[in-house]
Design a binder for this molecule. Structure first.
Ligand code: ATP
Ligand code: MG
Length: 180
């Protein structure tokens, strides 16, 4: 499984539809300060279901919609599509390529799609839950996060490692079972 492409339209600084093609292996995005590199990462977090405006470096969720510039009027909606290569079947769905779309309007209304069919956020979360990507997973290491990890208390650092290793959910299940 690898990320194949990302299309952003009306998302943060990307007013016009822009597609980034991603190959297996490492992709580097370079550019001057303020050119939108972190916005690319925010787009990935957003389409995977991020619900916190702060995690997307904004004050409110509407801040992800292109707010306009001196020469260009604001837009009414943001849309991001992430296409994942599922050739190895890591996602439990019968497609070798899976596209996830999230769209948001200024009214606050949101839409989600899997391969062009409208779905709920929950469907996307369930699709991704055992794949190693998705919300709550430490797949995005933001500026300052490495410091936080190095300075964390041993118990908290252990939680990071357990989550990365995929044992955290089993521990949570065990704790829940013991409480019963
Ligand atoms: P650095 O190298 O400093 O980390 P960067 O390439 O990561 O920079 P970003 O933080 O991705 O830059 O982009 C910041 C730019 O995105 C700013 O110019 C900001 O005005 C613009 N921006 C953010 N949200 C919106 C929005 N809703 N509408 C229009 N532009 C936006
Ligand atoms: Mg940045």
């Amino acid at each position: 499984m690898h990320l194949k492409s990302l299309t952003v339209k009306g998302f943060k600084s990307f007013a016009s539809a822009t597609t980034l093609r991603l190959e297996p292996g490492i992709t580097c995005v370079v550019g001057p300060n303020g050119s939108g590199k972190s916005n690319v990462v925010d787009a990935i977090a957003w389409v995977l279901g991020e619900q916190g405006a702060k995690a997307l470096r904004g004050g409110k969720m509407e801040d992800v919609i292109f707010a306009g510039t001196a020469g260009r009027a604001p837009l009414g909606r943001a849309e991001v599509t992430l296409t994942i290569d599922n050739g190895d079947g890591a996602l439990p769905i019968d497609y070798t390529e899976v596209s996830i779309t999230r769209r948001m309007f200024r009214s606050g209304e949101s839409e989600y799609e899997i391969n062009g069919s409208q779905c709920r956020l929950l469907d996307i979360q369930e699709l991704l839950s055992d794949s190693g990507i998705g919300r709550e997973m430490h797949i995005i290491v933001g500026q300052g996060r490495l410091d936080a990890m190095l300075h964390a208390k041993p118990e908290d650092r252990r939680a990071f490692i357990e989550e990365a290793a995929g044992v955290l959910k089993h521990r949570k299940r065990k704790e829940k079972a013991l409480r019963k």
